[in-house]
Design a protein around this ligand. Sequence first.
Ligand SMILES: *Cc1c(COP(=O)(O)O)cnc(C)c1O
Length: 218
Amino acid sequence: MDLDNYQDLKKTIENCGARLVAVSKTKPNSAIQELYEAGQLIFGENRVQELVAKQEALPKDIQWHCIGHLQRNKVKYIAPFVAMIHSIDSIELLKEVNKQGKKNDRRIPVLLQFHIASEDSKFGLEITEAKNILEHKETFEFIDFAGVMGMATFTSDKDQVRSEFRLLKGIFDQLKQQYFQVDSNFKEISMGMSGDYKLAIEEGSTMVRIGSLLFGNR
Ligand SMILES: *Cc1c(COP(=O)(O)O)cnc(C)c1O
């Protein structure tokens, strides 16, 4: 891994007021350890089994973010330690995270994932579903609503990608205004990956999830 490249990328992102989630899925522990020693604390994974194995093996101050589609029956394995779940895409999943938060006596930070891409393969909530959840947000005592997440369409059409990020920023602003005016925890907009993080930051991203640009192609 090119650590100069990492430091430059991190600086660029942080100078824009955003944070870097290093997406380490499929990469070996040694690669994560190397980046950790260079100063990276936030890592993103999308498979529960892999996430748990890495958490057990690697330094305990790493903040593990679950970024991929999460099955309800697997929430229990990550609930004791996960630093953030980016991929809340149904009320049923949120209820399970709340239940496991209660069991572990901790509030689990989550992002509501929205479907902003034109591809129908990507998971996410509709705005009406999110509002149904947030109308009753006090019932989720073990959830810390931290913001929103989305994935743009995989396309070279920058205008399209930009407009999808703008859509997510608009959703964030609307939810913030309607439900979290006095809640400073609701502040994250997780958008942008290796191919589109610059556009995402221009459109207001606070967290970019970058894998291949850091670790090489998977
Ligand atoms: C894999 C993945 C990323 C990182 O993708 P790269 O193109 O390698 O930067 C970001 N977000 C999610 C949800 C992912 O699954």
